[in-house]
Structures are given as structure tokens and as C-alpha cells.
Design a protein around this ligand. Structure first.
Ligand code: NAD
Ligand code: UDP
Length: 336
């Protein structure tokens, strides 16, 4: 297939591009490099022996997007492009609504004009809000607690309405749980700007000596050891979930939300312990107050992805952490 991958130089996008190239798909990436760099492109080529076409453009730029669709015969889009920092979204909500929501509407309008009506969208488990009990099932009510989550929810609503209005659209909203890990080559991985917000990049930077110690946000939750529990999923499993979703678009009636998670929960302390063993490094930590907006336990019911896409996560926690550590230790300063 001829595929357009928005946000394809980012963390999840780059791993998905690798899997798509390996399968022989023709891949064009659109990215404005707001949170990534072109340094990932030679790494993708090193892994696959193939290079995707790269177009530096903003999805909000209608003329640029129109040119992309005029010059490339696209069959389907995987739409990763977006801003994703929850804390930052509270400070600059308009940038998040503009970039994520308006950018997606522009992309969808241009797609419709060019009669490209197949799209896989990066949604998030954040749309389950605070009031549902894990395991989280796609039919549960959705809500959002911050502007970032609102953008994901709004885009889901837009995609459901679009599919309802025109049966030619096939849309998969993939609700990711917590992507971690890196490609087994150690050549590509997560490369956050500044101090990481997410647990795994933070722990990895403590292990490599870039950060002094981890703050564990709360040890008094009602969980196995009092620390927060999440459903960590290997980024390569996630990438393969996109491949399966693409291959299944013709089976999807309208717009379908699908969880991509493992169905297993792991606590912060369990992550720290596993990282210590894998990296053979100490991970100094301190118990800190709970982080505002955090909930105790989040994990997926992953049955729908299995039934509908024939996909399930294959990689366990040891592999996730081994691959995170290989990437971090071989690239202590990311792609620089
Ligand atoms: P990332 O920041 O590494 O990748 C996103 C890419 O989109 C970046 O390369 C960035 O430069 C690009 N981008 C942003 N705005 C753009 C625009 N207007 N035009 C063109 N390119 C633009 O993030 P990621 O972790 O790979 O996440 C990919 C998607 O998955 C995002 O939509 C994110 O919200 C979603 N998601 C991520 C997680 C996670 O924990 N990583 C969890 C759930 C959902
Ligand atoms: N966490 C932590 N210290 C950090 C970052 C995260 O203790 O520096 C905890 C957080 O409270 C949550 C878990 O690790 O219980 C995963 O957090 P992350 O931000 O990675 O994912 P999310 O909370 O968005 O699922």
C-alpha cells in the first residue's frame, strides 16, 4: 500500500515506519519536527535497508497537505502527528486544540478532497478518564481531565461523526496504553525533549546518570505495593498493532475504537526493580506526593484487538526494559 504517516519521525511513528517498510509498503512521512529530528531517518534506513520519503510539513498547513496528496497516490493514512505532553497542555491549551484538533480536521478535509478515506488514528487510554474500573473496555463511557485528553476525545468524536456521515470512511481509533521500549537494534527509541514526564524515559535517564533520582508519585494507592499501576506495552508490539489495523480497515464498519494494551498491570516499584536487574545499576528514588490527575490503576481489556485485528502483544516486561536500556545506554544523548 501507499501510506502517509503523519508524525512518522516521532517515537511510535518511527517504529511503525520500520515495520511497514519491512513488509514492502511504500511510505511517505509528513512531520513538522516539533518533537523529533531527521536524524531518525538514516537509522530507519540502517535497520530496513530502505528509506521512507520525508516531507517536512505541518498538518495544519492546508496548502502543504494538499500538495502532499496531489504528488503522492496515498491509499491510507496513519495519523500520529500531535502534541502529547499533558502538563504542557494545561499551560498552552490553545496550541493543543489548534495543533491536534484543527490539524486533524485540516488533514481529514484534504483526505476527503483527494478521496482517501482510510485512516488509523493515535488515540489514548486517557479517553477513559477517571471514573472507569480497569480492565478498560471500549464500550465504557469516555471523558477527559486535561486539554491533551480533550483533544484525543474531540478527535474521536469527529471521526465517529465523519464515519456516520459517509460510509466510505474506514477508521480505527487505536487507544494506546503505555508505550515503552525501543527497537531491538538500539538504533531508534524514545527521545524526549528536556526532562521526561513519563516514567520509563525518566528511569532510563536516572540509570544512565543524566538525572540524579526518580520521584515516585505516591506510595499509598490501593495497589499491590501502593504505587501506580499501568499497562506498559512494547513500542514494536504497538507498531505491529498499526499494521494489523491497516490490514483490517476493510473489515471495520465506520469508525471503531480499539485498545492496544497487554491486559497486564505493572507498578512503578516493579518497573524500578526490573530496570535495576536489567541495567545492573542502582536507581535511586524518593517517594513524593501523588501527581495531580493520576489514578491508581489503568490496564486494558485487550480482547477486541485480538478478535477484530488478530493482534495481541507478544513482548513481556523484561524485553521492554532490556530494549529501553539498550537504546538509552547506546544513545545517552538521544539522536545527537
Ligand atoms: P512524538 O512526539 O514522538 O511523535 C509525534 C510526532 O508528531 C513528532 O515527530 C512531532 O514532530 C510531530 N508533530 C506534532 N505536531 C505536528 C504537526 N502539526 N504537523 C506535523 N507533525 C507534527 O510522540 P509519540 O509518543 O510517538 O506519539 C504519537 C502519537 O501517539 C501522538 O498523537 C500521541 O498523542 C499519541 N499517544 C502517545 C502515547 C505515548 O505515551 N507516547 C500514548 C497515547 C497516545
Ligand atoms: N511516575 C512516577 N514518577 C515519574 C513519572 C511517572 O512515579 O517521574 C508514575 C505515575 O505516577 C504513574 C506511572 O509512573 O503511576 C506512569 O506514569 P506515566 O506518566 O509514564 O504514564 P501515565 O500516568 O500517563 O499513564
Amino acid at each position: 500500500m501507499n501510506l502517509l504517516i503523519t508524525g512518522g519521525t516521532g517515537y511510535i511513528g518511527s517504529h511503525t515506519v520500520v515495520e511497514l517498510l519491512k513488509l514492502g509498503h511504500d511510505v511517505a512521512i509528513v512531520d513538522n519536527l516539533a518533537n523529533s529530528s531527521t536524524q531518525v531517518l538514516p537509522r530507519i534506513e540502517q535497520i530496513t535497508g530502505l528509506s521512507p520519503r520525508f516531507i517536512e510539513a505541518d498538518i495544519c498547513d492546508r496548502a502543504a497537505m494538499d500538495k502532499v496528496f496531489s504528488e503522492n497516490a496515498i491509499d491510507a493514512v496513519i495519523h500520529f502527528a500531535g502534541l502529547k505532553a499533558v502538563g504542557e497542555s494545561n499551560d498552552i491549551p490553545l496550541s493543543y486544540y489548534h495543533n491536534n484538533v484543527s490539524g486533524t480536521v485540516t488533514l481529514l478535509e484534504v483526505m476527503a478532497e483527494h478521496k482517501v478515506k482510510n485512516i488509523v488514528f493515535s488515540s489514548s487510554a486517557t479517553v477513559y478518564g477517571e471514573n472507569n474500573q480497569s480492565p478498560l473496555v471500549e464500550t465504557m463511557p469516555t471523558s477527559a481531565t486535561n486539554p491533551y485528553g480533550q483533544t484525543k476525545l474531540m478527535i474521536e468524536h469527529i471521526l465517529f461523526d465523519l464515519a456516520k456521515s459517509d460510509p466510505e470512511w474506514s477508521i480505527a481509533c487505536l487507544r494506546y496504553f503505555n508505550p515503552i521500549g525501543a527497537h531491538e537494534s538500539g538504533l531508534i527509541g524514545e527521545n524526549p525533549n528536556g526532562i521526561p514526564n513519563n516514567l520509563l524515559p525518566y528511569v532510563a535517564q536516572v540509570a544512565v546518570g543524566r538525572l540524579a533520582q526518580l520521584q515516585i508519585f505516591g506510595d499509598d494507592y490501593d495497589t499491590i505495593d501502593g504505587t501506580g499501576v499501568r499497562d506498559y506495552i512494547h513500542v514494536v508490539d504497538l507498531a505491529l498493532g498499526h499494521v494489523k489495523a491497516l490490514e483490517s480497515l476493510d473489515k471495520i464498519d465506520g469508525c471503531q475504537a480499539i485498545n492496544l494494551g497487554t491486559g497486564n498491570g505493572t507498578s512503578v516499584l516493579q518497573i524500578v526493580e526490573q530496570f535495576k536487574q536489567t541495567a545492573e545499576r542502582d536507581i535511586p528514588y524518593q517517594i513524593a506526593p501523588r501527581r495531580a490527575g493520576d489514578i491508581a490503576t489503568v490496564f486494558a481489556n485487550a480482547e477486541l484487538a485480538n478478535n477484530l485485528l488478530g493482534w495481541q502483544a507478544e513482548r513481556g516486561l523484561v524485553e521492554m526494559i532490556t530494549d529501553t536500556w539498550r537504546w538509552q545506554s547506546q544513545n545517552p544523548n538521544g539522536f545527537e
